[in-house]
Design a binder for this molecule. Structure first.
Ligand code: SAH
Length: 240
């Protein structure tokens, strides 16, 4: 499998197709794998199938453009990949699950903490009106910002900063996704979540079992929390 991906890419490229098109069958296979995995995890997640717009976004966004060149052949495998600075681009199934749980609507304004490669932000940009994303490691923030612009995602704004404190200027948000594991749910993020909004966040100690939580803020401001799945994320960094 490892050597098949570039072989297919080369074969299609020489047949006169754009290099991006060559990845389409691999991306479709990734989407099928996500669908199979969502069926298997239905009891834990409560979702046998992810929403069609989420799956369509997964089928559209070119994940191979978000990974370092030497990882390109593996871009559509259903696993996290290194992106430098000790960080990773999340597993595609987890990206789809978090996006599905956030129930993003076309009019939504979304905050993401942990830009990393910018891939999750791009998926959100396919579904939301506006996406704000924050990254604490400067070279990653710069790279992801440039990548997002290059790929034409005009509704995404990326900035360097400690996402623990959120981005209050553009809040409150309809949905907040945190893609690094925190020891607790950051109170500033709860404050920046709109009434009726949803937050998806992994919580737990680094290198211990973490749980993906779905937190919903009701219209009266009360919170309900559901533990969705055990997960493993890189830790949320920053001073507090
Ligand atoms: N969503 C990313 C993957 C994220 S990995 C993607 O789609 O590629 C988690 C990211 O969170 C890392 O890049 C890490 O540097 C960043 N991070 C960790 N702590 C942070 C903090 N306090 N504020 C903002 N970003 C943070």
């Amino acid at each position: 499998m490892r050597i098949l991906a570039p072989a297919i890419a080369l074969a299609l490229a020489s047949a006169g197709l754009r290099a991006d098109d060559a990845f389409t069958p691999l991306r479709e296979a990734m989407v099928r794998e996500i669908a199979a995995m969502s069926a298997v995890t239905r009891d834990e997640t409560g979702r046998a199938e992810f929403a069609a717009p989420v799956m369509a976004a997964m089928a559209r966004v070119p994940r191979h453009r978000f990974v370092p060149p030497d990882e390109t052949p593996y871009a559509y495998e259903n696993r996290p990949l290194p992106i430098g600075h000790g960080q990773t681009i999340s597993q595609p199934y987890i990206v789809a699950l978090m996006t599905d749980l956030a129930q993003v609507e076309p009019s939504d304004v979304v905050l993401e903490i942990g830009t990393g490669s910018g891939y999750q932000a791009a998926i959100l940009a396919e579904l939301a009106q506006a996406v704000y994303t924050m990254e604490i490691i400067e070279p990653l923030a710069i790279q992801a910002g440039e990548r997002i612009t290059r790929l034409g995602y005009a509704n995404v704004q990326a900035r360097l900063g400690d996402g623990y404190y959120g981005w209050p200027e553009h809040g409150p948000y309809d949905a907040i996704l945190v893609t690094a594991a925190a020891s607790h749910v950051p109170p500033p993020l709860i404050a920046q979540l709109k009434a009726g909004g949803r937050m998806v966040i992994p919580v737990g100690a680094p290198f211990m079992t973490q749980y993906l939580l779905l937190i919903e803020k009701a219209n009266d401001g009360s919170l309900s929390t559901r533990q969705v799945l055990p997960v493993r994320f890189v830790p949320l960094l920053g001073g507090r």
